[in-house]
Design a protein around this ligand. Structure first.
Ligand SMILES: Cc1cc2nc3c(=O)[nH]c(=O)nc-3n(C[C@H](O)[C@H](O)[C@H](O)COP(=O)(O)OP(=O)(O)OC[C@H]3O[C@@H](n4cnc5c(N)ncnc54)[C@H](O)[C@@H]3O)c2cc1C
Length: 404
């Protein structure tokens, strides 16, 4: 139960049509089923099948490769709608979108032709992997390596951590060190397109040497799996170096950081979506629940919470759309993407907490949707750079732009 609120739109007709379609899908298919998949911590396969049918895995992939060829702004609007339903659903798209971006931006023609058509339909889904057990924020401290062996193949060894879609994906864009002596370290890092068997813990045949240990157990963000990946003598052909061997070796860090910039806009959109849902739930509950003879929405303390929530939702949405539009216009948007990610993820956290407080004891019950939101939302403060790291990025970019 929730109350829908009109949103600042400024959408083209196409954007309005597609977001309306996604909202309907979320209202009819995601929201009524999220509780089941969340409680069972089960991969929502039927929902993913419907997402494939709607073309949601190919939103930003060019039409020549079978996608919709839409811009980041429209994608952002779609992600907000999906996250409003359940952030795990947006998580299934999220890493796939980053993989597609890496290919579109840096892939060779052969790599694009080989992977993008299957990715556009969602038959082939992608994950991306930077983090390791001992390195998250400090990406240059990763330890996984790849070295070229006699037959021209590259052998990858090392352990990766927190790979969203790590089991169900058929491709993983993985960052490793190809020159451990490089100084600075980022110049010795390369991104490999690692093929794997989707849904399989122990790969065999051409993909042997890549294993997925039992899934990491989490407080929220259920249904979508987070995994370790163990590379143990996994062999990757040179043509699977992102951008090709000649152009791609040593470029992985720069490629991944570029992708993280759009990834941050994507996480910001998820923050807006979950904040919007928290507002809707709070508006409904506060008008139904009575204390001291009147609906709690009539108490000023509760109205102030609603006011702060609505203000944060609007501001987060505007910042997110601005960052996306700047990127679409070819403008530099690193600062704006960092600010949007920081603000919108914190707004998501703030709004969910306010919604929880407004629900009183019932917010603590699994009978109410806000309990799921409360377990899901903290991820947004961590993934694709923590709030502390965003502040570091914002500070650095600010000083670069305003050097005296
Ligand atoms: C559910 C989930 C899904 C994820 N999915 C993926 C994925 O698909 N692919 C992937 O590669 N990674 C993924 N991650 C990993 C995520 O990106 C990292 O957890 C994140 O970057 C933080 O790294 P860390 O956990 O190692 O924390 P650390 O880097 O160890 O940081 C610990 C704390 O110290 C702070 N800190 C660190 N450095 C500084 C500094 N210089 N100044 C101030 N404070 C600092 C951090 O902000 C944080 O509060 C996922 C994580 C989660 C929880």
């Amino acid at each position: 139960m929730a109350v829908t609120t009109p949103q600042f739109t400024d959408k083209t007709e196409d954007q309005a049509a597609i977001t309306e379609m996604v909202r309907q899908f979320v209202d009819e298919q995601v929201l009524p089923n999220a509780e089941h998949y969340d409680h069972a911590d089960e991969f929502p396969a039927p929902i993913v099948e419907q997402m494939k049918e709607l073309g949601l895995f190919g939103v930003t992939i060019p039409e020549e490769y079978g996608g919709m060829g839409l811009d980041l702004t429209t994608y952002t609007m779609i992600v907000e709608e999906l996250a409003r339903g359940w952030i795990s659903i947006s998580g299934i798209i999220n890493t796939h979108f980053i993989g597609a971006y890496l290919l579109m931006q840096f892939g060779t023609e052969e790599q694009k032709a080989k992977y993008l058509p299957q990715m556009a339909t969602g038959e082939l889904r992608a994950s991306f992997s930077l983090s390791e057990p001992e390195a998250g924020s400090d990406v240059q401290a990763i330890k996984s390596t790849a070295k070229k062996v006699e037959d021209g193949m590259w052998e990858i060894n090392g352990q990766k951590m927190w790979v969203t879609n790590g089991l169900m994906s058929g491709l993983c864009f993985v960052l490793v060190k190809t020159d451990v002596t490089a100084d600075p370290a980022f110049k010795g890092m390369t991104c490999f397109i690692a093929e794997k068997d989707a849904g399989v813990h122990e790969n065999t045949g051409a993909n042997k040497g890549l294993n997925v240990p039992p899934l990491i157990k989490k407080m929220g963000y259920k249904g979508v799996e987070s995994t370790e990946l163990v590379f143990d003598g996994y062999r990757c052909p040179a043509e699977n170096i992102l951008g090709g061997e000649e152009a791609g070796v040593g470029e992985g860090f720069i490629q991944m950081m570029d992708a993280l910039e759009v990834g941050r806009v994507n996480v910001a959109a998820r923050g807006v979506g979950i904040a919007q849902r928290a507002l809707e739930l709070a508006l409904r509950y506060s008008q139904e629940r009575k204390t001291f003879g009147k609906p709690i929405a009539q108490h000023q303390a509760i109205q102030f919470k609603l006011a702060d929530m609505a203000t944060q939702v609007d501001a987060a949405r505007l910042m997110t759309l601005r960052a996306a539009r700047m990127k679409d216009n070819g403008e530099r948007s690193d600062l704006e993407a960092g600010m949007a990610k920081l603000f919108a993820s914190e707004a998501g956290y703030f709004c969910v907490e306010q919604c929880f407080r407004i629900h009183g004891g019932y917010g603590y019950s699994k009978e109410y949707e806000v309990e799921r939101l409360y377990r899901d939302v903290p991820l947004l403060l961590i993934g694709e750079g923590t709030s502390e790291i965003q502040r570091m990025v914002i500070g650095k970019k600010l000083l670069q732009r305003h050097k005296i």
